[in-house]
Write a protein that binds this ligand. Structure first.
Ligand code: HEC
Ligand code: HEC
Length: 326
């Protein structure tokens, strides 16, 4: 596709999304590129247990704010439960006067820490955020359903303001990593766009997967930025991931800290890896192997990820998720 028609189709898609959307976020991808592992892509399950609709006035613990049910689900004007915990938010982050569907706070939360289907961008270097937006816009990094159309539609000035805003936020621990052979039984909700517990309870074998689910699905659904996630991973993943990250393990990888900083908390414009959601990190590593993720570092990271197996990726992501973000 030419650049021009790519932009036109992204704009069309964007218009469609903005018009059709009723849920909190843009539609999830419904298929996984090239048969890659589905667990990393949050593809909604066919069977969707009936969801309890929200209604009335909504509160979250220790916030003085209240919103009606429609606003906590808004795609143009997301709730801001703890305005004292972040800098004054620019319009592109909080809405409502921003390109429809592009308001950053709806998917990344006003805290920037996001859900497993989006990304934790709190405290990332502003230049890194700006660069990713350029990659999404140029097609060098691909997320056709969400970030590609968004990056195509926001102005450079809005991107700069959003980047400065998120870069200034200090992340809090946002995921707890638990090793187990039998995580609770979950499904990918088409409304939440991530895994939630099945109503009947029970457990299932973990297999070769990371299963990430909210600590409290109701709080997550109302975008409470204090209500975090649990990532279930196969036993032994964290130690194996630590060895891969620190020593190069079997010799297949390169020490990540050389570029990502001593505690993997970021170095210059190279992003923090510590405390990121394991499902997100795994998805990025898979995308890099597969060419759907870009960077100045493409060449660098491509070499790093070239020989990682799916199990290596699970382990590395589990270990990184277990580290304190700051
Ligand atoms: C409709 C939901 C949605 C909205 C609104 C949204 N994002 Fe995203 N964002 C995502 C998803 C999904 C991803 C993960 C894409 C992937 O897996 O590669 C993402 C990823 C990103 C990343 C990459 C993070 C990283 O660590 O590399 C950046 C940067 C980003 N978004 C910035 C923004 C900014 C700035 C805005 C507001 C202008 C915004 N996003 C609005 C859904 C959204
Ligand atoms: C030679 C330098 C270098 C090494 C070594 C390196 N990285 Fe990176 N990595 C980068 C750079 C630079 C970026 C940012 C690329 C960009 O600007 O798009 C990056 C990006 C990433 C991202 C995407 C982050 C995000 O928020 O989406 C992940 C995940 C990652 N690296 C994981 C790792 C892991 C795991 C290792 C070790 C196995 C590693 N990297 C080793 C340079 C490196």
């Amino acid at each position: 596709m030419s650049n021009m028609s790519k932009q036109v189709s992204a704009a069309l898609l964007f218009a469609l999304l903005a018009g059709l959307r009723v849920a909190a976020q843009a539609p999830n991808p419904t298929s996984v590129p090239n048969g890659l592992p589905t667990w990393a892509y949050n593809i909604p399950d066919k069977d969707q247990p009936p969801a309890k609709p929200l209604s009335g006035t909504i509160h979250v613990p220790s916030s003085t704010k209240e919103y009606d049910a429609a606003q906590v689900r808004s795609t143009t004007n997301p709730p801001d439960w703890f305005p004292d915990e972040h800098p004054a938010a620019p319009g592109i982050v909080k809405g409502p006067n921003a390109p429809p569907g592009a308001v950053c706070g709806t998917c990344h939360l006003m805290s920037g820490q996001g859900h497993p289907e989006s990304a934790d961008i709190a405290g990332l270097p502003a230049e890194y955020i700006v660069r990713q937006m350029k990659y999404f816009k140029s097609g060098a990094r691909r997320d056709n359903e969400r970030m590609t159309p968004i990056a195509t539609n926001v102005s450079d000035e809005d991107v700069r303001q959003a980047a400065d805003y998120f870069a200034a936020i200090r992340p809090i621990p946002w995921v707890k990593v638990i090793e187990t052979t039998t995580p609770p039984k979950t499904y990918v909700s088409s409304d939440a766009r991530h895994r939630v517990l099945v109503p009947d309870g029970g457990t299932e074998p973990i297999g070769h997967r990371i299963i990430e689910t909210p600590v409290d699905p109701t709080q997550t659904s109302i975008r409470n930025p204090h209500s975090a996630f649990i990532a279930y991973v196969p036993p032994g993943s964290i130690a194996k991931g630590e060895a891969l990250v620190k020593t190069g393990g079997t010799g297949k990888t390169i020490q990540c800290a050389i570029c990502h900083g001593d505690d993997l908390k970021g170095l210059g414009e190279v992003p923090r890896l510590a405390g990121l959601q394991p499902v997100y990190v795994a998805r990025q590593l898979i995308c890099m192997q597969n060419g759907a993720s870009a960077g100045t570092a493409v060449a660098l990271m491509k070499k790093v990820v070239a020989n990682l197996s799916e199990d290596d990726i699970i382990s590395i992501s589990a270990y990184l998720g277990s580290l304190p973000p700051r």
